[in-house]
Design a protein around this ligand. Structure first.
Ligand SMILES: Nc1ncnc2c1ncn2[C@@H]1O[C@H](COP(=O)(O)OP(=O)(O)OP(=O)(O)O)[C@@H](O)[C@H]1O
Ligand SMILES: [Mg+2]
Length: 330
């Protein structure tokens, strides 16, 4: 229902599409990750060495979405005395960044209008002053894996060392986020590693044991429930969840891009739910070019689909690894 109690399926097409593209499902592992992040933040002002955390996972497992959500719930605000505070903010590191570019990125995260100005040292000093002024309690640095220089396979130690200094001098906890490579980057920097006692992995969904299967089905059922259609599309029912798993290879990004395109087809058809033909078309548009599976999982009969490698616990990783989904989010 919207504010004026109109059911979402009665909204105009544009609003329905927008709503469908903004669905976020809080699955249990995300709740667990949020708690761990909050725990780190609460070490600010308490511990002399703040608790920092690494959030890692394959591309499209939902790292950035989770962190943006955390920021939304702890967003910048103006205090009664008129001062702006920024308790939490995010920024990114980029491949081949210098320390100066890294400071610019952090200053931009703080929305400093002069983020590009000054030499490295003065930028660093301004950053420290701003962090104090804005009463920041947690800094999120995304795309941390980019610190591994693609060409030289060398970790950009200057930036890693600037992050370490930032933590030491400000005592503000840091969340680093990135692909599984981020773990190697951190392991390659023992001094920085020491400050990151915990890490949390955002996994792909799986259907190879009862608990994981139920979590995946629940995710699909909640997605279905949140869609702006009069009737349910029954994504979580028998067989259908298996088709979704094969199509997305367990990645939330795959599911959301598939559903997003299927929603467009269903809305333009005037359908009261997403039907199999919309998923067939959605898969062709959103995912087909990026997967190494033998056909469209919404067309093939279920017994053939169950014989595909992606549906077998001992073989599915090979399919993930050979698909371009591995390196590109949907
Ligand atoms: N919990 C969720 N519920 C619904 N959709 C989600 C969820 N998590 C992620 N998505 C979808 O997956 C897309 C990709 O997620 P996100 O960018 O957060 O992944 P990522 O792990 O940061 O990927 P990358 O490593 O490429 O940066 C999002 O745009 C969103 O559409
Ligand atoms: Mg991301």
């Amino acid at each position: 229902m919207t504010d004026n109690s109109k059911p979402t399926y009665e909204l105009d097409d544009h609003s329905r599409r927008k709503l469908a593209n903004n669905i976020y499902i809080q699955s249990p592992h995300l709740t667990g990750a949020l708690k761990r992040i909050e725990h780190c933040r609460s070490s600010y002002g308490v511990k002399t060495e703040p608790d920092c955390i690494l959030v890692y996972g394959d591309r499209g497992t939902g790292k950035t979405s989770l962190l943006k959500r955390y920021i939304e719930n702890n967003d910048r605000h103006v205090l009664d005395d008129g001062n702006m505070v920024v308790p939490v903010f995010d920024c990114e590191v980029h491949a081949a960044s210098s320390v100066s570019q890294f400071y610019t990125s952090v200053l931009r995260g703080l929305r400093d209008p002069f983020a590009y100005k000054g030499q490295t040292v003065s930028k660093g000093e301004r950053l420290h002053q701003l962090l104090v002024k804005m009463r920041t309690q947690l800094i999120i640095i995304d795309e941390f894996h980019e610190l591994l220089d693609g060409q030289n396979k060398k970790v950009m130690t200057n930036v890693a060392s600037a992050i370490k200094t930032l933590i030491n001098q400000t005592k503000i906890p840091v969340v680093l986020a990135g692909t599984t490579t981020a773990k190697f980057v951190l392991d390659g920097n023992p001094e920085l590693r020491r400050r990151f006692k915990t890490s949390v992995q955002l996994p792909r969904f799986s259907i190879f044991n009862e608990d994981e299967k139920n979590t995946f089905r629940k995710f699909l059922a909640e997605y279905d429930k949140a869609l702006p259609f009069k009737n349910r599309s029954n994504f979580a029912v028998n067989e259908m969840y298996e088709r979704f798993f094969a199509a997305s290879m367990g990645l939330p990004s795959g599911i959301s891009s598939l559903i997003s395109d299927a929603v467009d087809y269903a809305i333009s058809d005037g359908s009261d739910c997403i039907k199999i033909e919309h998923l067939i078309q959605g898969y062709e548009i959103a995912l087909e070019d990026q997967t190494e599976i033998p056909g469209n999982p919404f067309i093939v009969n279920i017994s053939s689909l169950r014989n595909w490698d992606v549906m077998h616990p001992e073989k599915h990783k090979d399919v993930f690894n050979s698909s371009s989904l591995r390196s590109h989010a949907f």
